[in-house]
Write a protein that binds this ligand. Structure first.
Ligand code: PLP
Length: 425
């Protein structure tokens, strides 16, 4: 489309059109892809829609957040202390509480000045990609990954290079690929742990190698830890910041996933960098300056944070973890029964699993996108096609829904696959 000379509409020549990046397909998002899958749902079908596409279990009563969190928000609102604009980096008590919360798992202490509040982890990503986008620079992103990174990079003009996560090695980072991809213009690599979309949880040893590699290359690590502590396998959650002495780390997080309140829009950037490299290289100034020209999370949510962090009981976290373990197990076992789908690695964290499609077992399915569209149409089950995450003919399934709906959804997936199976393979 030509954006240079305006557009004709309604018999007139108009002088405006959208930004070229936003007019093209460079910013295709998972939301948009799922929207296209959803469009295949038969209106007023006999069965409820089973959403295995996105990771927002907040609608299910079994995943409801702790009353502690709701009470904290209510008292923050009632106190009338948070009707004001917040400071650019967030209110001090919230930054203190988050610094303490994150320091529990670190060999050094974060200060409140290391914490910047953002509108969810989403805005944290926006901030850091914007800050790093210098002409000619490039960033290393995981494949499969979280496509919001690609979209933000496209919008900011930051070149993306992909390294693979290796399914046969518990989805670990292909570190040789990282070394081969990096050059003098590489600024950072992104590590999402616990992993979306793979459900992987990296070991201490693997994270140590990631840190050494990044340090050798002279790049920082952006650690997306939005699923912090949501682990239910053998590997415990280890924050990347543990290696902050080896390599500067920017830790991104939020309350969206662990507290199951993605609509509250509270996240953070933490400077996990005891050597002060990010300050010296002016990255911290860049973050501050970017936040000065963007909007903040609602002040009353910021006001509620200290109470939410201090008073949420382990019972609540354990209940969510037990539920995720149960649904992840069920998902893994049920996928095993489906001939055309294989799961290379049992999920141990986050809310997702990546599974591989074997098209040679299927009769009239062209690819992952085709399968997702037909599955939505015939079975009212929503699954994200892997191609939206850089993995054609894979599927991303979320198991973070109530167990009986999950069972129903996977049974429907199975009967769909049986119905479309090749008769004589
Ligand atoms: C959900 C998610 C985010 C966004 O988190 P919000 O706090 O809801 O903005 C960022 N990164 C990954 C990997 C996610 O899965």
């Amino acid at each position: 489309m030509d954006n240079s000379g305006g557009r004709r509409a309604g018999g007139r020549q108009w002088r405006f059109g959208p930004n070229d990046v936003l007019a093209g397909s460079a910013t295709v998002s998972i939301r948009e892809v799922l929207g296209r899958v959803m469009a295949n749902i038969q209106e007023d079908g006999p069965r409820p829609v089973i959403p295995l596409g996105h990771g927002d279990p907040s609608v299910f009563p079994c995943f409801r957040t702790t009353p502690v969190a709701g009470d904290a928000v209510v008292s923050a609102v009632r106190s009338a202390k948070y009707n004001c604009y917040a400071p650019t980096i967030g209110v001090l008590p919230a930054r203190c509480a988050i610094a303490e919360y994150l320091s529990l798992d670190l060999p050094y202490k974060l200060s409140p000045d290391d914490i910047f509040l953002t509108g969810g982890c989403t805005q944290a990503i926006e901030v850091i990609i914007s800050v790093l986008s210098r002409p000619g620079a490039n960033i290393l992103l995981p494949r499969p990954g979280f496509p919001f990174y690609e979209s933000r990079c496209a919008f900011s003009g930051l070149e993306v290079r992909h390294f693979n996560l290796v399914p046969e090695r518990s989805w670990e980072v292909d570190l040789e690929a990282v070394e081969a991809l990096a050059d003098e213009n590489t600024v950072a690599m992104v590590v999402i742990n616990p992993g979306n979309p793979c459900g992987s949880v990296f070991t201490y040893q693997h994270l140590a190698k990631v840190a050494e590699t990044a340090s050798k290359l002279g790049i920082m690590v952006i650690a997306d830890e939005v699923y912090d502590h949501l682990t239910f396998g053998e590997n415990p959650f280890v924050p990347m910041g543990v290696f902050g002495e080896v390599v500067p780390v920017l830790t991104l997080g939020s309350i969206s996933k662990r507290w199951v309140v993605p609509g509250w829009r509270l996240g953070w950037i933490a400077i996990s960098d005891p050597n002060g490299v990010l300050k010296e290289t002016k990255i911290v100034d860049g973050i501050l300056n970017f936040l000065n020209i963007s909007s903040d999370p609602a002040t009353f949510i910021q006001g509620a944070i200290p109470h939410i962090i201090e008073f949420t009981k382990d019972d609540f976290f354990n209940k969510i973890i037990d539920l995720l373990r149960q649904t992840a197990d069920m998902c893994y076992e049920k996928i095993k029964e489906i001939e055309c789908i294989t799961c290379p690695h049992k999920p141990e964290g986050s809310m997702f699993v990546m599974v591989k499609l074997n098209l040679s077992h299927l009769e009239d399915i062209n690819d992952d996108v085709d399968l997702c569209h037909k599955l939505a149409k015939e079975e009212s089950v929503i699954i994200a096609p892997g191609s939206a995450l850089g993995m054609k003919n894979w599927l991303r399934i979320t198991f973070a829904i109530d167990p009986s709906s999950l069972e129903d959804g996977l049974d429907r997936l199975k009967s769909f696959c049986q119905r479309h199976a090749k008769q004589n393979k």
